[in-house]
Each structure stands twice: as structure tokens, then as C-alpha cells.
Design a protein around this ligand. Structure first.
Ligand code: ZN
Length: 300
């Protein structure tokens, strides 16, 4: 297992971690500058942040700062109710793929979607949606179809797809793929040759509780382990989405999990991904990044 205690060469920052400090949006160009100034070598940006700053401008800034991506957030949301919503979903995923290519991402991260209509939308001011139905098996069938379709497009662009299993508390609105086992079953069905075109993003927050985790990490192996996300699970957790903890502040044994992931062949970045409305988003962004560096060395 790599020794992270004396440098942060393998730290990446998911840019949602510092996206709105003290209620003020931190624009992506500012985040990239702040990361580069601290010797952070990689980031994982979100599509809305890239769109706000301009794709070409971000690509140029990444190159100028010698920053690379540990992933691109995100594609997916494959479930639909009718032809029009399926068409819109596909067009949006193709745009996500092309953006990932422009930014030289190592993979496009997929949050696969839950019951269609359930996710709070920006258009409705973030209000919770109404699920169109209760058939989670149908949702999972549509996810399998969607990943299969996108995989063909991704192969022609040489952009790997990383399915991110989400904690079951998000099954209704964000992702009905909820365990490593489920995600790897999809990978095995769609990419039996383990070509590297399809794999998983292992996010400690989503999978730490899984009694099969170690076995499933081994099953994934080097070809399927495309991204590794870290933060911590707080006790108690006060918000289902935006109360993630800083590494070391919760109950996840991150070094043990990283050991399993690295034993299986993963040698990439530990990407810090913290959504924290009441705590870390209330602090000065530089303080958050400095804390990420310190905790990455000590707690990951
Ligand atoms: Zn994640």
C-alpha cells in the first residue's frame, strides 16, 4: 500500500467539495487555481461548473496548470418515461462523453438514475420530484439498457465508463445500482472481456457498510477499478445528501479500504468528495483544501 503520509501526490479534489463556500459560489477557475497553488495534481469537476466557466477555457486552464482529472462528474440518469425523455437523456449523455474527452478525463462517472421523475430538478428550484412509477425493477432494466447503449458510444471515443454504486438511501431518486456486486454484474454482462472500457467508481461513503465489500473489490480487479472516492460517514448523519464528513471525522476505516483497493491493483488518485452544507461549505475554501491535504496524509 502506498505511503501517503509525507506528500499528496495522489490526492484529487472533487470540485463539489469547495463549490459554494459560505454561500458564495466558488467558480471552477478559482478552484483550479487554489488546488494548483497547493500542489494538488488532480481534480474531478462537475458538468455545471465546467459549463458556467466554458469548456474550452477550462481545458486550457487545466493544461496551463498541469492539472489532470481523476474523473468527470457525471453521466447517467438513464431511466425515462417516454421517447422524448429517453432522447433527451441520450443527447445529454453524449454531450457528457464529449466533454470528458475534451478534458482528457480518465473516465466518465455514471450515477445511473432511480425512479424517473424522482430527482429534485434545478428547473423546479430543487423541489423534490414525483416518481412516475414504483417499478424499481423496470428502472434497473432501463439502466442496463442505457449503460449498454452508452458503452458503444464510449468505446468509439475511448472514454471509459465508471458506474458508481450509490448507498441504498438514494435508490429512489439518484441510483438504483446500490452495491458493488450489482455494478460488477452489469460490468460482467456488458464487458465480459474486462477490456477496461467499463468499470466502477468506488466511493467509500456509498459502499463502506457492505459486508461483501472486500470480496467485491477483489472481484473488480485492476481493469474495473476506475476511481476511488473518499470522505467519511458521520454519526449521526443529519442530511441524506449534504452532510458528508471530512476523512477522520467519522466511522469509515479508510486505510483498510484503500488497502483492499490497492491490493486489487488500483494505483490512481484518492478523490476527496465532500458535500457539507452546514460545515465545510461554511468555511473558507483555502482552509477546506488545506484540511483535505492534511487528512489525506493522516487518515486515508
Ligand atoms: Zn463519489
Amino acid at each position: 500500500m502506498r505511503d501517503f503520509s509525507s506528500d499528496h501526490r495522489w490526492l484529487s479534489i472533487n470540485t463539489a467539495t469547495v463549490r459554494k463556500q459560505r454561500g458564495e459560489p466558488w467558480p471552477l477557475p478559482k478552484i483550479l487555481d487554489a488546488c494548483a497553488a497547493r500542489g494538488i495534481r488532480a481534480v474531478s469537476p462537475w458538468r455545471d461548473q465546467v459549463a458556467a466557466a466554458g469548456l474550452a477555457a477550462i481545458a486550457a486552464q487545466l493544461e496551463a496548470l498541469d492539472l489532470e482529472l481523476s474523473g468527470y462528474c457525471r453521466g447517467g440518469l438513464f431511466t425515462y418515461t417516454d421517447d422524448a425523455s429517453r432522447r433527451a437523456m441520450r443527447e445529454d449523455n453524449l454531450r457528457a462523453l464529449d466533454e470528458a474527452c475534451t478534458l482528457n478525463a480518465p473516465c466518465l462517472v455514471l450515477v445511473v438514475g432511480g425512479l424517473p421523475g424522482a430527482l429534485a430538478s434545478h428547473a423546479s428550484g430543487g423541489a423534490p420530484g414525483r416518481p412516475a412509477h414504483r417499478d424499481i425493477a423496470l428502472a434497473r432494466t432501463q439502466v442496463a439498457e442505457g449503460v449498454a447503449w452508452l458503452l458503444d458510444e464510449a468505446r468509439t471515443r475511448r472514454m471509459p465508463l465508471a458506474i458508481e454504486p450509490l448507498h441504498p438511501m438514494y435508490a429512489a431518486d439518484r441510483a438504483c445500482v446500490n452495491t458493488m456486486s450489482q455494478a460488477l454484474d452489469l460490468c460482467d454482462a456488458l464487458d465480459p472481456d474486462r477490456s477496461g472500457a467499463l468499470g466502477v467508481a468506488v466511493d467509500a461513503y456509498h459502499v463502506w457498510w457492505d459486508p461483501q465489500l472486500q470480496a467485491q473489490v477483489q472481484r473488480a480487479g485492476r481493469e474495473r477499478l476506475l476511481a476511488f472516492h473518499v470522505c467519511d460517514w458521520l454519526v449521526p448523519t443529519t442530511d441524506l445528501l449534504e452532510d458528508r464528513g471530512m476523512m477522520g471525522d467519522g466511522v469509515i476505516d479508510l486505510p483498510r479500504l484503500r488497502g483492499w483497493v490497492e491490493d486489487a491493483g488500483f494505483a490512481g488518485y484518492s478523490e476527496v468528495e465532500i458535500f457539507s452544507r452546514a460545515n465545510w461549505w461554511q468555511r473558507e475554501g483555502g482552509e477546506v483544501l488545506d484540511t483535505c491535504i492534511e487528512r489525506h496524509r493522516r487518515c486515508v
